[in-house]
Design a protein around this ligand. Structure first.
Ligand code: DOR
Ligand code: ZN
Length: 365
């Protein structure tokens, strides 16, 4: 059963006719998990086929906590690129309770990393070395504020007593709002926003805050995870929320507001890790990301705002140049494989095997 049949998109159908073909500046993925080894080699070609640059998440085992680790990881990514690919990995530092402000600054000035990722300890996959006290991180955050280095936040409470569907809201109230207040000059990306209230907070602080929005959170709500049985491949963190939140995310993405941009949070796990007693969190959305995003913009009658969301807003927030090449997407039915091989296992593709109404037609580097 495909997601299309499981779940009506709920879009307000546009009155105005939408184009059948759209050419935009090449987009970037401002939040991507590429992993390492076999997995890296299997999934990187999909991200590199869609995006010119990617902000690479540092939650490897062990996590990327030093500039030497980030530089070595960057080399492994470059070596795993398909022939002819110009994909540029932008590296990040995994913050811990012992991260030093001097090391952060050195790695930034040396051009090794562009941002640091804040995982509350235990919040998600490989986050157990994360930060136990955000207030305790003040010297590092002050330094980042001073040098213009971006802070990327996984915004979920870690108290197991907090209901899993309330963890983002709880974090925003108790941690993010005070952090934004304490560090008014710190540029903060709220990663993979999933609630209407988070979007409001970001809008209210858009002079120094932004949010990435994933393709899967624009397509599924929390009911989708249980539709017809438990669907482990739709389980990710933050977990999808109620329908009203999904509709708010679609409205934000397609609004043209510069504080919202692409971050797929493509997070591959092998089938054996997803289909087991305690399934890993993560959706492998990298192979169908642009097809999904452009479909959402089409359904919402907002194709004229797609380039801002996909290719302009993120670059502006990060203070990086917009890509020079272009990509063309076309209203033409296409299908991606249901799964991709990884060693002797595989990774299930989000919306793989489904007929997608839009396809990537050409990339002009
Ligand atoms: O679902 C998720 N998967 N959320 C995260 O924050 C981490 C990611 C992963 O690394 O698998
Ligand atoms: Zn992520």
């Amino acid at each position: 059963m495909t997601l299309d049949r499981l779940f009506d998109s709920g879009a307000t159908r546009p009155a105005k006719a939408q184009a059948d073909r759209i050419t935009i500046k090449r987009p970037d993925d401002w939040h991507v998990h590429l992993r390492d080894g076999d997995m890296l080699r299997s999934v990187l070609p999909f991200t590199a086929a869609q995006f010119a640059r990617g902000i690479i998440m540092p939650n490897l085992v062990p996590p990327v906590t030093t500039s030497a680790m980030a530089a070595a990881y960057r080399e492994r990514i470059l070596a795993a690129r398909p022939d002819g690919s110009d994909f540029t990995p932008l590296m990040t530092c995994y913050l811990t309770d012992t991260t030093s402000a001097d090391d952060i600054e050195r790695g930034y000035r040396d051009g090794i990393w562009v941002a640091a990722k804040l995982y509350p300890a235990g919040a998600t996959t490989n986050a157990h070395f994360g930060v136990t006290s955000i207030a305790g991180l003040a010297p590092v955050l002050q330094r980042m504020e001073k040098i213009g280095m971006k802070l990327l936040v996984h915004g979920e409470a870690t108290d197991p007593a907090v209901d899993i569907f309330d963890r983002e809201a709880d974090f925003m109230e108790k941690e993010l709002l005070p952090l934004l207040k304490r560090h008014p000059g710190l540029k903060v990306v709220v990663e993979h926003a999933t609630t209407a209230e988070t979007l409001d907070i970001v809008r209210a602080h858009k002079d120094h805050a932004a949010a990435t929005l994933t393709p899967h959170h624009l397509i599924i709500n929390r009911t989708s995870i249980f539709q017809g049985g438990l669907r482990p491949h739709l389980y990710c963190l933050p977990v999808a929320k109620r329908e009203r939140h999904r509709l708010a995310l679609r409205a934000a993405a397609t609004s043209g507001d510069p504080c919202f941009f692409i971050g797929t949070d493509t997070a591959p796990h092998t089938r054996s890790n997803k289909e087991r007693e305690c399934c890993s969190a993560g959706v492998f959305g990298g192979a169908t990301a642009l097809q999904t995003y452009v479909q959402v913009f089409d359904e919402e009658g907002a194709l004229d705002r797609f380039e801002a969301f996909a290719s302009l807003n993120g670059a502006r927030f990060y203070g990086l140049p917009v890509n020079t090449g272009t990509i063309t997407l076309q209203r033409r039915a296409g299908t991606m494989p249901p799964a991709v091989s990884v060693g002797d296992d595989e990774v299930v593709v989000f919306r793989g095997g489904e007929t997608l109404p839009w396809s990537i037609e050409a990339v002009q580097p």
